[in-house]
Design a protein around this ligand. Structure first.
Ligand SMILES: Cc1ncc(COP(=O)(O)O)c(C=O)c1O
Length: 416
């Protein structure tokens, strides 16, 4: 364990024990992981939602193995796989051009900088997480730009409306869609605001793209000029894509990097995209996830535990009434071998078949039994709901509030 801490210079996001020590896994198969002690876990983290088909998916593994043996192109140059991947992305997400990157962070950054260069205005209005990059660091004050000209509106459409009054200085709006805490009504209102403003929209669908269906999760809700996808496109392999308007993305036309043509990544993307194009994995995920969520809600209520479950089977989140019951929930889940993404969104994969689901439900029943000391008639407050949403969104949940309320909530949540 000491070795892990001294080997890594940074502190990457990964499952950790109660002392913050990374958990070490030695095997991953379908919905199940095995840790170094031999303990079995059911994975609701799935590499922060990027393993959509399940761990070690045989179809993807076979395609990757072929590519690794040199039977599907080469890192040296162009291959049929590259054409397949880009064609699939355009067919599924729309747009005129598409570019590939290695991480969601680099793809969103490239998309935003390209659009800003083309439009030639200084500000980018942003809502949501877009990756660990200094470009997204906090601004000195509400509605003020940070050093990179990024102004956060925290998903508050009143704030966005204020910022758009100065639209001659705005190059683009970039939003990371969420479907746990934002409804179709929110997207409708965003669309209206943008229609009147003549400002391009970039949707950062790194997390949600392909998880809700065979394309962008906001298809039919928004009409983006540029999109970014990543997690749903290669079952955990390192790739991301930017697509959309040729004119807006023109500054990216020479983008490349040494591993651009690397065939195992393209093979993983090609196979995963072929599968997600059918909509079948997403259907399985939704059904399995919905069943688990239903079970969890019933079990929590039967045990009088003050924990809500927000969202649906595609992405859901536990919303505990207070810190104590929240901490106890993570501890009990770990003891029972349920690997949750602490405080954040939970995801099942398409490998959650009947056996994994039954096992997960049984384990969750035991989690509730362990939480018996926390049974109470306490209710989940607005405060707890805002805090949970902030963890997932890096912004405010959709709710009716006035400008003073918005300022107060942002101040409180930033301080927390
Ligand atoms: C909405 C969104 N954008 C960007 C990123 C960054 O992607 P990556 O971690 O692949 O760099 C993430 C990662 O979770 C994300 O959820």
């Amino acid at each position: 364990m000491t070795q892990i801490l001294s080997t890594l210079a940074e502190s990457p996001t990964c499952p950790r024990d109660g002392n913050g020590i990374p958990r070490v896994f030695t095997e991953a198969r379908g919905a199940f992981l095995t840790d170094v002690s031999g303990k079995s876990w059911i994975d609701f983290d799935n590499a922060r939602g990027s393993v959509l088909l399940g761990h070690g998916d045989p179809d993807v593994a076979e395609a990757v193995a072929r590519a690794a043996r040199g039977e599907a192109g080469t890192a040296t140059g162009w291959s049929p796989l590259l054409d397949e991947v880009t064609a699939r992305l355009l067919a599924l997400c729309g747009g005129e051009v598409v570019g590939l990157f290695r991480t969601g962070t680099s793809a969103v950054r490239a998309a935003v900088l390209a659009v800003r260069e083309t439009v030639g205005r200084p500000l980018v209005l942003s809502a949501g997480y877009h990756g660990y990059d200094p470009m997204w660091s906090p601004a000195p004050g509400l509605l003020e730009p940070n050093a990179d000209g990024v102004v956060d509106f925290f998903f508050d459409l009143g704030l966005l409306e204020e910022l758009l009054r100065d639209r001659d200085r705005v190059a683009a709006v970039v939003v990371s869609p969420d479907h746990i805490h934002l409804s179709a009504r929110w997207y409708g209102r965003l669309r209206e605001l943008l229609a009147g403003a003549d400002v391009p929209l970039i949707v950062d669908e790194v997390k949600v793209g392909f998880r809700y269906g065979a394309g962008l999760s906001t298809a039919g809700l928004l009409d983006p000029d540029v999109w970014v996808v990543a997690k749903g496109m290669a079952n955990g392999w390192p790739t991301a894509a930017v697509g959309g308007s040729r004119a807006l993305l023109r500054p990216l036309r020479e983008v490349s990097f040494t591993s651009f043509f690397e065939p195992t990544v393209l093979a993983a993307a090609g196979r995963t995209l072929a599968r997600v194009a059918t909509g079948e994995p997403q259907k399985t995920v939704r059904e399995a996830g919905d069943r688990f969520v239903e079970h969890a809600r019933t079990a929590l209520a039967a045990a009088s535990l003050p924990v809500e479950v927000a969202g649906d089977g595609a992405f859901f989140q536990f919303v505990p009434a207070g810190r104590d019951v929240g901490k106890a929930l993570w501890r009990a889940a770990a003891e029972e071998g349920l690997l949750f993404y602490k405080g954040d969104n939970q995801t099942v994969s398409a490998a959650f078949g009947p056996k994994a689901l039954a096992e997960a439900e049984e384990r969750f029943g035991r989690v509730c039994a362990r939480l018996a000391p926390y049974a109470s008639d306490a209710v989940v407050t607005e405060e707890a709901r805002y805090a949970a949403a902030w963890n997932v969104l890096d912004g405010l949940r959709e709710a009716d509030r006035d400008r003073a309320g918005t300022t107060t909530w942002i101040g409180r949540l930033l301080d927390d």
